[in-house]
Write a protein that binds this ligand. Sequence first.
Ligand code: GAL
Length: 813
Amino acid sequence: MDDGLTRREILAASAVALAVPATLANATPGTAATPEPRRRERLTNWRFHLGHAADVEKDFGFGRDQRTFAKAGQAAEAAAPKFDDSGWDEVVVPHDWAVALPFAAGSPVKGSDRGAAHGFKAIGREFPQNSIGWYRTPIEVTASDKGRRIWLEFDGVFRDAIIFVNGYDVAREESGYAPFGVRIDDFLDYGGGPNVVTVRADATLGEGWFYEGAGIYRHVDLVRADRLHVPQWGTFVRSELGPDGALVHFATDVLNSRDVPASGSLHQSLIGPDGEVAAVLPSMSFQLPPGQQRTLEQQTLLRAPRLWSLDQRNLYRLRSEIYEADRLVDSTDTRFGVRTIYFDAERGFFLNGKPVKLLGTANHHDHAGVGTAIPDALHRWRVARLQEMGSNAWRSAHNPPATALLDACDELGMLMVCEQRINSSSDEAVSQLERMIRRDRNHPSVILWSLGNEEPHQATERGARINAELQEHVRQLDPTRPTTFAMDQGWDNGVGRVVDVLGFNYRTNQIEAYHERHHAQPVIGTETGSTVATRGEYANDPARHVLRAYDTEHPWWATTAEEWWTIVSDRPYIAGGFVWTGFDYRGEPTPFDSLPSISSQFGILDTCGFPKDNYFYYRAWWRPDQPLVHLLPHWNWPGREGQPVEVWAHGNTDEVDLRLNGRSLGRKRMPRNRHLVWNVAYAPGRLEAVGFNDGRAVARDVRETTGPARSVELTVDRRTAKAGEVVIANAAVVDSRGRTVPTADNLLRFAASGGRVIGVGNGNPNSLEPDAASDRRAFNGLAQAIVRVGRGPVEISVSGAGLASSGLRIVGL
Ligand code: GAL
């Protein structure tokens, strides 16, 4: 998907210096997944104003006395189509305004308010001027749109959103995470406009105990369709595998939103992973009274289905077309995969009938530089980092994921646990659950619906009642996937007696006794190991809020990587586990809950996705077929000559020989699922580990004492990208021989001519440098920039005082 350029960037990249109307800038060629007559546009270009909620006069008249409701179409000045927003910032959605806010000391008590828990951003009750954001975008509407159904699809706005169209207050959505649709056709001007969508988001209140961002941080689409159409999330495809092939069921909603009866026919076909038509279903005729919706059900047998699996991500598309006589009035495509899933209480998880251990991580959804506004390419990049480590499953904690992340999981082969934010059977919470399930149930990557996490009522009869009700809704909406709940106590009671797959948060060593008591209950570790570590640091230093990156430090409620994995790996009845967490995230700075700590240190990778040493523990044992040794710490310890240094090797070879400056310090056998330790008297030079299988050297890792920083080297995740997409640019400070200087903290400057640096980071959990910038200090040798690509080639460069700079070119596609 196109991530968009600001209007200014489009102009800069355009040979013709003519203003491009925002409506055109918003049109995303090629994203219309289905042909006319339905049209889908992604609204990427908006004007943004950080509001003044403290002063109602300045909040564009919104909420002043009864004015919002007094007269139709005059809800707020800023919602009026002719309101002059030329002074507002141009932004590209996904957009998180919180990430650009300054840091401010709040309550130091973890979880108590927006301070520490939310990463100390100056947002929330104490900072009303930073907590309201207004967005506006014009949309192009023509006379030919009159009479059509037109709606907006929001994938997530943080939070308490009010949607206005041409001054009308048309919808409110309190959830910061649930997707929602808003019908807008009644409010449009079909006689030449202007037509303007305005969104007011209010992030004064948080929903979680972690950084949550603010604003329109996920995609927004504008959809135009005939009044006789398949409504949003109106299709559901599921399949059963049998000896003759895959029996695929289709349930397709058809809505007649005209004021007269409609009769027509639904024509559906399947397009296979190769792009060829795989099946044409018999057409189904229907008659619908005005305002009525009906679900039309069909099934077909695919005799030789191409299954979706972790290695073969075969994706089919259902094309649903509505005809009136022989006129095509609506067409929509639904992507799906044919696969089966099953949890067995003794043997764990099965995909397509084969056991798959869930090698998972739980993750929040923010990244360095961009906060929660993660561009599509960055979602893919994050999934790929975890896959390289051997991970095959992701728990979206503690809220529904972005559609773009699910698409990436479908395409790359990562299993997903989708989680509801509010564990309640209130109408509002059920509506949020329903919307998540309707939106996500066609994604083959999704294997579980998680109803909640460590809720105080988890072990009670009331908790059981509430979750039984929720589970009933799940069964109605999706009978193919089980439910889970992440419990941290009381597993024998309450919700533990309701959900299909029991989730253990930590206490992995209690699972065995639980299994003895409940042989028929499938179990997973919803949160398992939680080593806290600072990337590239090898001594605890509480004064600096720094934690050694050996696999030794963990909060009292959690264990190290090695402790949980040695339990889970050998017990087939534990279907797998999710490390808390894959990536560091802003907020919950544990165990240092005061400034300058602004991020958690639980991640296997830091907030930039740079691996900490534990990454290689998992990589070793989650990909045992790929020989690996990894050495820690680095080997730059000036002044510590002759003193002992604790050297670890992670790895999976039978034996590892450690050599210092060519001299063996002893060959040791690597115990399965563990690591090796040597105490080495420090001498500068070359520390090398050689891994042997059957006496043959098959893997090697080297730490060398580097010289001083001489230059900075740039790498990018790819050399070609479409306009509007991002590339991930990593910088390493290196010595004269190209070796990363593991302690370098030089100030680096990123530049992108023909593109834009949209954010920077370095993975330091204690850095108060701005993310929305192009300068960043290296942290232990590394820094990162997220760069949005323009229409032509982009020259990305990185430089630093006294360092030779480097650059490279990204070619536009
Ligand atoms: C868990 C909780 C997570 C996170 C974690 C920190 O109890 O589910 O969201 O707070 O603790 O260790």
